[in-house]
Write a protein of this length. Structure first.
Length: 179
């Protein structure tokens, strides 16, 4: 039986103090996600809060990043409108990565077997040239390989090798192979 009263934040480090967290949430909600904020300002804000961001990165509006200091993005990567990066643990995006509209990268989960529902978090890594398509989800601990594709609406819960396509019906095939 689950006993949520026993839940603690044991083993989870937010990485910054409460004042920095509060300031980030204010900036995130008032400026960063706004449609009128230029992409170059979004990049500058992430860097100001500790993210490592390469050159030529495009970040659209309505993007949410839980903790910028736990984000690393390579060169010429695109982060589409409405993407949500729930990075309780580090998220690394390579160069020339595309995260399409409303994709979700979630490094946090819970141990459903433990009565206290403790955290079971793990980092996410997306290698150079990979594409996470619209409304796709990448879960904790997953490594998406070089030039791999997570199809629209698909959920990935285990590593995806390079040059592989993972579809919404959990099928995997080489990227260039016909459907």
């Amino acid at each position: 039986m689950r006993d949520l009263r026993a839940f603690t934040l044991a083993g989870y480090d937010k990485g910054r103090g409460i004042l920095v967290q509060a300031l980030w949430f204010a900036v995130l909600n008032l400026v960063f996600m706004a449609w009128f904020t230029p992409a170059r300002i979004r990049v500058a804000l992430l860097r100001a809060f500790g993210a490592e961001i390469g050159t030529g990165v495009l970040i659209r509006h309505r993007v949410r990043v839980l903790w910028p200091w736990k984000l690393k993005v390579g060169d010429h990567t695109w982060i589409g409108e409405g993407v949500w990066i729930v990075n309780l643990e580090p998220v690394t995006l390579g160069s020339h990565v595309c995260l399409s509209q409303e994709a979700l990268l979630c490094t946090g989960s819970h141990d459903h077997r433990a009565a206290d529902f403790r955290y079971r978090n793990a980092p996410i890594s997306v290698a150079d040239g990979a594409w996470i398509a619209a409304r796709a989800t990448v879960l904790a601990g997953v490594e998406v390989g070089r030039c791999a594709v997570v199809g629209a609406g698909a959920v990935v819960h285990q590593d995806l090798p390079e040059l592989m396509l993972h579809t919404v019906d959990n099928r995997r095939r080489p990227v260039g192979e016909p459907a």
